[in-house]
Ligand binder design. Structure first.
Ligand SMILES: Cc1cc2nc3c(=O)[nH]c(=O)nc-3n(C[C@H](O)[C@H](O)[C@H](O)COP(=O)(O)O)c2cc1C
Length: 202
């Protein structure tokens, strides 16, 4: 099956879709994470363009209750050092893990005071930002994967990354170039959804 046939069959399972699928649907059907990256990474200018697009994420009262910390080069070690401090684990091992990709984007919930918008709604916005950013990165030809861990919300990791309460982490995206062997792969097969469970009616 060609890439297009594979995507087409995924789409066909979702519903009656026009032959020319809208770009957002196409991008979502093709989206996948990549855990292995080359040393290439989006430039600061490219990243700014993608992050600027997050102004369109649905956001109750437009609080924009999030921020992203960009880690490149030696700064990536801060992630590993924070995890090692939180877990009491091997610093060098954690630092090596954090440096596995050329760019790390730490996703931070930055709660705003609001009588109307509770924290869970603000976290939902930050989560949307992480999802859309991963989608846009993929569409732009970059690989990314959202990671977390047992110490994502630990004080030690927050401290290492300069994140102060009430801010907290939603995890981080490892970002980089997609290796040729992965780029050539056909779209990731997805188990079709059981729509009787995921789309219910009253
Ligand atoms: C909030 C969140 C946290 C995640 N944490 C991890 C993680 O720590 N380790 C991991 O291997 N995958 C984690 N994942 C899943 C990967 O990001 C990815 O979705 C998964 O490998 C499946 O690949 P796919 O996105 O191509 O379907 C997390 C996903 C989300 C949304």
């Amino acid at each position: 099956m060609s890439d297009d046939e594979c995507i087409q069959s995924a789409g066909a399972r979702i519903g009656r879709l026009p032959a020319e699928r809208p770009p957002a649907l196409e991008a979502l059907l093709r989206r996948r994470s990549h855990s292995k990256h080359t040393d290439d990474a989006p430039s600061r200018a490219e990243l700014e363009q993608l992050v600027a697009a997050m102004a369109s994420v649905a956001d109750h009262s437009r609080l924009r209750p999030w921020r992203i910390i960009e880690l490149r080069g030696a700064a990536r070690a801060r992630l590993g050092e924070g995890i090692a401090a939180a877990s009491g684990g091997d610093r060098d091992k954690q630092v090596a893990k954090a440096m596995r990709s050329p760019l790390v984007l730490v996703i931070v919930v930055s709660p705003r005071k609001s009588g109307k918008v509770p924290l869970w709604e603000q976290e939902a916005v930050a989560s949307g930002v992480a999802h859309f950013l991963g989608l846009l990165l993929h569409e732009a030809g970059w690989g990314s994967i959202w990671k977390t861990g047992a110490h994502t919300r630990s004080k030690a990791l927050r401290k290492a990354l300069g994140v102060r309460k009430p801010e907290y982490l939603l995890g981080w995206l490892y970002v980089g170039g997609i290796p040729d062997r992965d780029r050539d792969r056909r779209p990731k097969p997805r188990k079709p959804l059981d729509l009787s469970r995921h789309l219910t009616e009253l």
